[in-house]
Design a protein around this ligand. Sequence first.
Ligand code: SF4
Ligand code: SF4
Length: 472
Amino acid sequence: MRTGLTGAVTTSRMSLSALTRLTEAFFVRHRHRLPWVHATMFVAFILLLLVTPFTPLPAEQDTVFDNYRLFANTILWGVWFPLVFLSVVFTGRSWCGLFCPMGAASEWANAHGLKRAIPAWVKWPGTPIVSFIVVTIWAQTIGARDHVESSAVLFGGVMLLAIALGFAYGRSKRAWCRHMCPIGLLLGVYARLGMIDFRPKRREPGGDRWTETTACPTMIDLKRKTESRHCIECFRCVNPRAKGGLTLAFRHPGAEVEEISRRNANMSEVMFLFLGAGAALGGFLWLVLDSYQQFRLWAATTAIRNGMLWIGDPGPSWLMAVFPAEREVFRWVDFLTITAYMLGVMLLVGAVLSASTALAAWLSGKLGGQGSFRQRFIELGYLAAPVAMVSLLLGLGGELFGTLGLAGLSPDGIRLLKISLFAGGIAWSLHLGQRILATQGVPLKGSWLTLLACSSGTLFLGAVWYRAILFT
Ligand code: SF4
Ligand code: SF4
């Protein structure tokens, strides 16, 4: 019996290894064709985003199958965004390396650009977090998910910035993708949960390091690579026949986070996990909660009482939704209150998750956990990753559920799916927490108390999301 089981495990390991080598060989063989894929994606990008605003507005009774604008919007927000986001669990940052036209355009501009040294403000670890928060709030105030013109402004603006940064900074590198892209940050952090890894064949000690003297476009010191965050899966460092370089490996989901203490855990990622989940929640709550309407009324009344009458005027259309024909015109009061409300929710969620993680890190230390308080805090912060990922999916990728409705899933089925996703996220977080505590040296018997402290933060997030899960 045991021999049969061992034989089955050995056979499945051999098939996985064969599959890995086949996949690696396929991408290495066809790597030179990627510029054609990027060029095709660039044309698709132009057609979907920049041509759509010139097509007719939908009539009242039109569905996504009758009107190109509605169709394009569904493809963008209901299919592309959530699928790219979810794909990191299965294929890592394959979107970035294989398909993304923005990163490719930025690298192309770099090849023809000024090649200046990348400045410190670009390299600052907080820069992509600020970029993510700004773009998330901007997407809300211009109504990117409801108006194709706004989507064009948002993605067109990000594309121009990517090209401009690539033109100015770095030598044959993707400074934008490594340091500033809000989508890259999102995909990178959650790629740590994913099943794809590129490992050095001969790893040098010392841990991950940023360097420009490397073949890697995202400036990874290849021999010291341990983390997946910055790897865009371009396959340039892979040569199956060479003794050095990197090699592709498959792993179980969450493997990297389970051993995060050896995988360059860092505070900026933890802050992104906390604040990103909060920003996504804020982006949903302002649409549904009465407290936002009361806040808006209070802000408008106070401003008018103080003579600030401009607060009732519409602002520029690149900053806020101004669509008189579609009966949606945001005024400065909308722009300012949506921004403030989202920032408030984001900071509240960040504070609650930080407090629960700090309590867990303190308890871990009391129960024999190794390392400094800061180290334990950072490591335990990654426990929030699955729940934060579900939050982002519900908040920023919520159109996916509309698409599933169009595909025939009933409202009860959608509700059940959302509940399952959230419950699965919490269960996964607890599992990761247990593994992280084990690496810290906390005995299994005492780890439940620490897990309880950590999960109080994720349960808070779940409680605030209940309305999205149950009523939309
Ligand atoms: S980091 Fe951003 S711009 Fe770069 S490839 Fe990924 S999504 Fe595209
Ligand atoms: S580590 Fe290799 S596959 Fe990953 S981005 Fe760098 S060169 Fe490309």
